[in-house]
Design a protein around this ligand. Structure first.
Ligand code: AMP
Ligand code: ZN
Length: 487
């Protein structure tokens, strides 16, 4: 295991050496999707970013317990316990049971993440499966004196909390600014303080998803689910808590407050936040109506797209930006990413075809490998890693063209390096070629072309070569037979 990893901790606002609480074990909790509609590409960016982090930590030898929840209850339209229940509203609209909505969009979410080749989390708990844990936590917060009940709803007492703890620790905002940005309470409000938020909400008669509790029939607030499930599976204090940057101001701020009030400790040692996927500089979101669905991107059916892109090319597009930078969505950027991805996959396909030679051109694979690790050790810097891997691509292409030679140890180490970083860490696989069927199909096409050539039917052999070339497959005749590669 390597201990040079440095990561940016949102809590301290600086890069810190990664020192897990209980090595080699690492507990990582990531806020998952609210499954009342299809995930959009922005959501996927966050999950692909944490997949990269999960993969690299695992590659370094850590035993990661990766918990990513499914929010299937308790998420109201506004962040501040206001508005309709998202699930009930959608269920009414689609004429389905709320749990049918949950099932439908959970399956869709899994399918999309499978296409993006993300690894499944170790545990994927649901809010509805952990109602009793949430009730227990709310009870404990009341016992500790940081929450109060009004007419069947339980509120977290932020005013009391701020006397002892720093409520805005995660975002470094000023409490006065926060108060000024929150509407004043009026006679109809049950809560005592403007910043107080609901831990448990009394169910109106029409509310379908409801459970009994010590405070009457109701449902949990959104923030309590993550506090209850993270502490259940990872303990009261664990290593990494993550999610998109948009969650820091409210959801994560309230999670910290709930855990501090309950256990008197910070729930996570490191907080990691991914930056947003934007469209023309505006955050992609369901509410803004600028959300691209992954399938619209794969098929090219979205009106703003010139053509479709494969899930792997889109994954490459996402990984070409650092997870803490914004990433703007455009046809040009996707086109460039697609080219880069194809070049990388082409080099991967050539690797097994390279033969070792006795003499070695001066190629320092060890130094290249060290630079790949240095990139990822520096807060998971995937764009720098990709730039280093393109050095490897140049070496592979030159070796294939006979412009340089690789001895056995260099070739073995280059193959391992590419396997580890391209497949293992970046999670990029060949989406097109490389499948058994495709290889067999190419064997058939090449043998037909060679037969035509032998019988001097150059019209047919040229047509096959040109046809393949028009879809980006190049043939190369060598003493070992006809080789092919995709550009
Ligand atoms: P939600 O289903 O809205 O709760 O979001 C699921 C995850 O996607 C959360 O971690 C969000 O922070 C994240 N997310 C939402 N919009 C974007 C975006 N435009 N870019 C990146 N991540 C996002
Ligand atoms: Zn959460």
């Amino acid at each position: 295991m390597d201990n040079r990893l440095v990561l940016y901790n949102t809590l301290t606002r600086k890069k810190e050496k990664f020192e897990p609480l209980n090595p080699p074990f690492v507990g990582m909790y990531v806020c998952g999707p609210t499954v009342y509609s299809d995930v959009h590409l922005g959501n996927c960016r966050t999950f692909v970013s944490f997949d990269l982090i999960f993969r690299y930590l695992t590659h370094l030898g850590y035993k990661v317990r990766y918990v990513r929840n499914i929010t299937d209850a308790g998420h109201l339209e506004g962040d501040n316990d206001e508005g309709d229940d998202k699930f009930a509203k959608k269920a009414k609209l689609e004429r389905l049971e709320p749990m049918e909505i949950v099932q439908k969009y959970t399956l869709g979410f899994h399918e999309v993440l499978r296409l993006f080749n993300t690894l499944p989390p170790s545990i994927e708990p649901t809010a509805t499966g952990h109602i009793s844990e949430q009730i227990e936590m709310v009870k404990k917060i009341i016992e500790q004196g940081y929450a109060y009940e009004v007419n069947g709803t339980v509120y977290f007492d932020v005013e009391k909390y701020v006397k002892e703890y720093d409520y805005t620790i995660l975002t470094n905002r000023k409490l006065d600014d926060l108060l000024n940005n929150t509407r004043e309470l009026n006679g109809q409000d049950e809560k005592r303080g403007r910043l107080d938020f609901a831990l448990w909400i009394k169910a109106k008669p029409e509310h379908i998803m409801r459970w009994p509790s010590p405070w009457g029939v109701g449902f949990p607030g959104w923030h309590i689910e993550c506090s209850a499930m993270s502490s259940k599976y990872l303990g009261d204090q664990f290593d990494i808590h993550g999610g998109g940057m948009d969650l820091a101001a409210t959801h994560h701020t309230n999670e910290i407050a709930q855990s501090q009030a309950c256990n008197h400790m910070q729930p996570a040692k490191y907080w990691m936040h991914t930056n947003m996927l934007t469209v023309n500089g505006t955050r992609m979101s369901k509410s803004a109506g600028n959300g691209f669905l992954p399938h619209e991107l794969f098929s090219g059916s979205h009106p703003l797209l010139e053509r479709g892109y494969s899930p792997m090319a889109v994954r490459f597009f996402m990984l070409q930006a650092h997870y803490r930078s914004t990433l703007d969505f455009s046809n040009e950027a996707l086109e460039a990413a697609d080219k880069g991805y194809r070049r990388l996959m082409n080099a991967m396909a050539l690797l097994p075809k390279l033969n070792a030679t006795a003499k070695n051109t001066e190629i320092k694979v060890d130094e290249l490998k060290a630079r790949c690790y240095a990139a990822m050790d520096d807060d998971f810097n995937s764009p720098v890693l990709i730039a280093e891997l393109f050095d490897a691509v140049r070496i592979i292409n030159s070796a294939y063209d006979g412009k340089l030679t690789l001895d056995e140890p260099s070739l073995v180490s280059l193959r391992t390096l590419m396997q580890d970083f391209v497949h293992g860490v970046l999670g990029l696989v060949d989406d097109n070629t490389g499948s058994d069927d495709f290889e067999k199909l190419m064997d058939v096409v090449i043998s037909l072309r060679n037969e035509a050539k032998h019988s001097k039917d150059y019209t047919t052999s040229d047509r096959i070569r040109e046809g393949l070339s028009s879809i980006g497959i190049q043939l190369k005749d060598s003493k070992d037979g006809t080789l092919w590669n995709k550009i």
